[in-house]
Design a protein around this ligand. Structure first.
Ligand code: ZN
Ligand code: ZN
Length: 140
């Protein structure tokens, strides 16, 4: 099965595509993700580079946390965060971007499977997913 997700920001200025299945879909509670996305946890999907068609970086607003090798890319007009690139070098697309493209719902194929860096959390999550204290399960 090969799904294609056509994604765009709030104002429509930035669009991008993701194809097939993500490498992972998760919640990350690490301090870096919380800082990068200004959220209590990251809710997102990680994709192989050849499964996404991303906008030209020069067309985006870029926010970097240099000492953590993390970058976030957003629309220069509406400010919506479209994706981030973290240490392993794969694009991370927030679940919110997929929800927006899918009538407010996360496509079932993209349901998150685990929590990473749960030991660093600032909020507790009461669900049935695996809770990993760190990122070693995906090699971080
Ligand atoms: Zn926009
Ligand atoms: Zn993280």
């Amino acid at each position: 099965m090969s799904d294609t997700y056509e994604l765009s920001c709030d104002c429509g200025h930035v669009s991008m595509t993701a194809n097939g299945s993500p490498k992972l879909s998760l919640y990350c509670h690490c301090g870096s993700c919380r800082e990068l996305y200004s959220a209590d946890m990251l809710s997102g999907t990680g994709w192989a580079n050849d499964h996404v068609e991303l906008p030209e970086q020069s067309e985006l607003v870029v926010y970097k946390i240099n000492d953590k090798q993390m970058t976030r890319y957003g629309c220069p007009k509406c400010g919506m965060i479209m994706y981030g690139v973290h240490k392993p070098g794969i694009p991370i697309i927030p679940h919110a971007v997929f929800r927006k493209a899918n009538g407010g719902k996360l496509p079932a194929a993209l349901a998150p499977t685990l929590h990473l860096f749960y030991a660093d959390r600032v909020i507790d999550v009461d669900d049935n997913l695996e809770k990993c204290d760190d990122g070693s399960v995906i090699g971080l």
